[in-house]
Design a protein around this ligand. Sequence first.
Ligand code: 4NP
Length: 165
Amino acid sequence: MKTVSICFVCLGNICRSPTAEGVMRQLVGEAKLAERILVDSAGTGDWHIGEPPDERAQQAAARRGFDLAALRGRQIAAADFERFDLLIAMDDKNVAGLRQVCPPAQRDKIRLLMEFVPESDSRWGGAREVADPYFGGAEGFEQVLDQCEAACRGLIAALRPQLLA
Ligand code: 4NP
């Protein structure tokens, strides 16, 4: 059985990447692909290792039915490039951080989450990045959720043919 393993990556692993992990896990379950698509998340920074997701991220996610409570922050490591098929970053700074720990042969595994939003969805005008909501207001967390939902649906659609091939 073909599987694909994905690690979502942001800076702190307490706002954006746990949100992406929680959304993806739920959508993968609904698509009956939980045994095929394996999901995790990590941060490039080390400030929040062992911490649950930011309370604002948890509450915004819970209002949409996504449960982030069991997730815990961790830092990306070189070994993750062996374990995962795709390391999906939230912004260009995360890509730069990933490149610092990535074995050269594995660089093609690094992608940006917003690449997976369908072109027909013009809500963010082709934005490359999921903006960091940490120092902003509640609307930032809602936008992160909107973007994660759109991109994760696109990601599942992109993976489906290769899983079923
Ligand atoms: P995240 O947000 O990268 O989406 O988890 C942040 C969390 C913490 C910090 C920055 C961004 N921080 O500076 O501690």
